[in-house]
Structures are given as C-alpha cells and as structure tokens.
Design a protein around this ligand. Structure first.
Ligand code: H79
Length: 548
C-alpha cells in the first residue's frame, strides 16, 4: 500500500465507443447530468448497432504521451484507464474476443500498450479499470436484458470465457499494474475471490480496489472506494479512494459542460487528503483521442498549484483536526500544513484543539520569512500578510514540537436532547475500525475481541436517567456475540441479535444509564469475549433523557 498512501492523486480515464456517441443516439440526447458511458443501456441500443458504431471508432489523434504528460503536469501519480467498460468493448488487443480496438476498428493500434509504455517513461503508475461483472455485449454477461433473455444467461460461461481470460491478458501483457479497478461488484464472494486470486497469482504487488466483491458484503480488496463522487465526513480507519468526475459524466458527452473550477478541484484534493483518502479524478477524452479543452485548462491550473504545493499533499496523512473557517489541514510527521481557502480579514489564522508547541510557521511559497505565532486561550494564532498569495489555497507549513496532539472529540448535548454517538465522534482501539459500508453509510466494524474498543466522551449537561438504544447490523452466525457497554463504573452486557445479511441495521434497546451529575463521562463499547467473527456493524448509540 506504500505507493498508494503516498501518491494521493490519480487520473481516471473513461474512453471507449461511447465517447464517439458523445451522449447522443438517433437524435436522442442523454440528459446533461447522466453518465454518457451508459448510453448503450440508456437507449437499449442493440448489440449489432453498437458494434457497428464501435467499428467506426478511430481515434487518429490519440497520443499516449500527451495524456500521460497531462496527468504528470497535474501532479497525478497513477493512471487508471478503462480496459473494458460495461459495454464490453476491449480498448486493448485481446485474443479472447475480436471485439477490441485493434481487431474491430481501422485504428489497429493498442492504446493500453501505448499508455503503459508512456507511463513507464514518465514514472506514472499504470493501472486498468475492468468491468468484471457487467458486460452488455456478451450474451451471458450481466446487464443487457434488452437483447438477451436473462433467464437464458449462463453467467459462469461469461466469467470463464471472457472476463477472467481478459483480465489475465491485462495482467500479462501490460507490464506491472499499480492496481486493477473493478466496478459494480461481483455476484458472489466466491466469484470475487477467484478474480482476486487471479490478480494475486499473476501480479502479487498489484492492488485491488474494494468494488471487486459484491455490495452489501464485507470488503474484499486492498482499499475501499467511496461511491462515485462520494465524499466521506472523515475519520475513517482504512485506506480509501474516491473516484470523481471533472464535469458530471465519466465518458465524454458533448452536452455536459458543467466543469468544476480549478479552485474546486484543489479544495476537493485537500479535503480528501486531509481525511486520509486518494482522489481519482476523471477525464473523458473524445472519440478522436484528444482531451476536451476545458478539462485540460482546469488540470493545468491544478498542476500549477501542485508544482508549488505538492509537498503538502504527497506522503501526508489524515489530520485529526476538523475543518476550520479558513480551510483544512494535512499532516506529515511533526509538520502541519494549513491550507488557507479563505484569507482572514484580521490577518489572523486561529487553530483550536491542537495541544502542541509551535517551532515555526512559514508560507510554503516563501520559507525565508517566519510568520509571527502566538497563543491565546488554548488557541494558536498565526499572523499572515495582508494579501493572499494564492487565492485558491495558500499553504502555511507549521513545524510542531511533535506530531499533532489532538484531543478526542467531546459529544455535547442541548438542554432538551440526548446524544447520538456514531463513528465520527468515536475513538477506536485494537481492531475496531471506522469504515465505509459500501452502501453509502458508515459504521464501526472489524472488532472481534475485548481489546477492540470504541469509546466516546460525553459532556453531560442534564443529569439524570437516559435510555440507550443501539443500532447495528449483524449476520446470522454472529448471534452468539455479546457486547459490553461501560459508562464510568457501570457495566452492562447485551446480546447481539442477527439482523440479516449485509448491512440491514436494526435498533435495539440497550437498557438505561444514570448520569448522577453534569460533567464528562466516557462511554465504551466492546466485545465481551473473543469471537471468530465481528461483534457487529455498529451504526450508532443514542441516549435519550427519561427523567430522574
Ligand atoms: O465507470 C463509472 C460509471 O459508469 C460506473 N462507475 C464509475 C466509475 C458506474 N457503474 N454503475 N454505476 C456507475 C451506477 C450508475 C447508475 C446510473 Fe443510471 C447510470 C445512474 C444513471 C446512469 C442506469 C441508468 C441507472 C440509471 C440510469
């Protein structure tokens, strides 16, 4: 995982026959905010017609070095290109199926080979996207129910004769791959494991993204992908990436000109990195092989920022500090990078919640001048020049006396409400991990033994009795589990009940607790014993006041 953790920023490329349709089929247009690479499914284009359009695909202006140079100039370190998207067309020379860019078109070149070579020359990590489940061209693939009768499909036939052999080609003929990016999940864990085994057997170093396995199921793969364009609130205890678009679509659409500004892209990059993730940012090249000019313009601006500030991105780790009114922070050892998105009118940057001494603070762009640092009421104050040197994100490098020391969050209550405790305010130890659940939600998982603890600090302002509700999901064979909930010296044991497969959260009463007086309390939840399975997928604990 070392390179993945260091590199932070990758280029996603969606390119295929759909790029030539560009969002239009038989004078019908896809709505501007939909995925143009889905056009075959959207208009139920017959396989024969789509194949004919694929036959005409001829990207005469494709230049692998130009794409890779664009990624590099943007500060991206890895590249993930669609080897086969859901439409089933291979964008590389495949012996498995003639339905590929070399044999099926008059282009006769292998863009993936050219990209792999160009990446090697430029020092960019080459990776492929492979749609392993969805295939709208293969009679037995998943997804095309307009040409093919789903009842007559033999999915294993598709996996064995197309998906696995093609993946094998990609793992054999294109040099070392950084990762394989699977999408939409496999139908069964067994099938997913076979794909993972295939990757590992041919390229042990190659990473696998989390979408290899089926949804609503425990993650397989080396890291998690958020949902498309997903942005977590933060606080995850795992490696993750978010695939995001530069406009709205992934594959090129002439109707989608809704480009993000360079400032938005830089702010997203910083936000993602400050939360410990990777940003896989997409371009959708056109049918002739060129990248839409607006994307190039945005990426070049991002690249200018990266060329001056990438020290505050590469090799950094998540910051325990929250978002501030002025921006966000990234961390590298004892260095704290302040990313100033909005310049303070009073020329003062305030950092609260940081229990460190400050050795120095300097503008990353002007390291010769130390900025004045003071402390006041537990806040660190840094005085900055009147003018904002970089209006998108000015970075201040702060040397601390040690890695950042940040107190865990304290959950407070309003006078008439209780508490909701979830992954965001939890502190985890041992194997208890705060995770994305792949279904759009977040939970605490992976705990199997009493040393795997989730805890919260509550600031109780209303003394009295509280009813506790616990909300979790648990599989059938986890129901021998018991949890221990501790508040101060009070300990309660509760049974874990099965809620169903996947992430079917349900709410259960977990008893009542008395807070005899106002003040801070620590609440802790853990497995009662060691189990051969997770305790539960904990979504939340809620505490409702029920009087004296
Ligand atoms: O490759 C990109 C997408 O094509 C792919 N993931 C990213 C990286 C993806 N696969 N599945 N999905 C996205 C879910 C997409 C669902 C939708 Fe649709 C596609 C919503 C709108 C278009 C299908 C067609 C469902 C509704 C309309």
């Amino acid at each position: 995982m070392a390179w993945f953790r260091h590199d932070k920023f990758g280029m996603f490329i969606h390119w295929g026959p759909y790029s030539a349709l560009a969002g239009e089929w038989n004078n019908q247009q896809i709505p501007p905010h939909t995925e143009a690479e889905w056009i075959m499914q959207r208009f139920n284009i017959p396989v024969a017609d789509y194949r004919e359009r694929a036959h005409q695909f001829n990207p005469v202006r494709f230049n692998a070095d130009a794409w890779v140079a664009l990624a590099k100039a943007t500060g991206m370190k890895y590249l993930v290109v669609t080897a086969k998207h859901h439409d089933g067309f291979a964008m590389y020379h495949s012996e498995v199926s003639k339905y590929n860019i070399v044999d099926w078109t008059s282009f006769h070149r292998d863009p993936l080979k050219e990209l792999s070579d160009a990446c090697q020359r430029a020092g960019i990590r080459f990776s492929v996207y492979y749609s392993h489940r969805e295939d709208w061209d293969d009679p037995n693939g998943f997804g095309n129910n307009w040409d093919y009768n789903p009842a007559k499909k033999n999915f294993s036939q598709y996996i064995e004769t197309k998906a696995k052999p093609q993946l094998k080609e990609l793992l054999t003929n294109y040099g070392p791959l950084g990762l394989v990016w699977f999408d939409r999940g496999m139908d069964t864990p067994q099938h997913a494991a076979e794909f993972a085994d295939l990757v590992h057997s041919l390229q042990p170093q190659c990473l696998i993204n989390g979408r290899i396995g089926s949804y609503k199921q425990e993650l397989m793969g080396d890291y998690q992908d958020m949902g498309d364009n997903g942005m977590p609130s933060g606080g995850l205890d795992e490696d993750w990436e978010t695939p995001q678009t530069l406009n709205t679509t992934w594959g090129y659409s002439k109707f989608d000109q809704d480009w993000k500004t360079p400032g938005v892209v830089i702010h997203r990059l910083v936000e993602i990195v400050s939360k410990g993730g990777n940003y896989l940012l997409n371009i959708g090249p056109m049918a002739d092989g060129t990248v839409p000019q607006p994307s190039v313009a945005v990426l070049n601006e991002v690249g200018k920022w990266m060329s001056r500030n990438s020290e505050s991105i590469y090799g950094t780790t998540a910051s325990a500090l929250p978002e501030f009114p002025w921006g966000r922070t990234t961390v590298k050892g004892s260095k704290l990078y302040l990313h100033i998105f909005s310049w303070p009118a009073d020329r003062t940057i305030r950092i609260s919640g940081l229990n460190n001494g400050v050795n120095s603070a300097r503008l990353l762009l002007d390291p010769t001048h130390k900025l004045p640092v003071a402390s006041q009421d537990g806040n660190i104050l840094i005085t900055v020049p009147a003018a904002m040197p970089d209006s998108r994100d000015t970075v201040i490098a702060v040397e601390l006396d040690s890695p950042p020391v940040v107190a865990p969050p304290v959950v407070t209550q309003d006078s008439d409400t209780g508490f909701e405790l979830n992954y965001l305010t939890a502190v985890t130890t041992g194997n208890a991990k705060k995770r994305f659940n792949r279904d759009g939600g977040f939970h605490i998982a992976k705990w199997t033994a009493p040393e795997d603890i989730a805890s919260w600090i509550l600031s109780v302002s209303v003394a009295g009795k509280y009813a506790i509700k616990i909300r979790y999901a648990a599989a059938k064979d986890w129901k021998d589990g018991q949890y221990i909930l501790t508040v101060g010296h009070h300990e309660m044991k509760g049974p874990v009940k099965a809620t169903g497969d996947g992430y079917q959260y349900a709410t259960f009463d977990a008893g009542t607790i008395l807070f005899p007086k106002a003040g801070q309390y620590r609440l802790e939840l853990k497995p009662a014993e060691k189990y051969s399975h997770y305790l539960m997928y904990l979504e939340s604990l809620t505490l409702e006041p029920v009087g004296q």
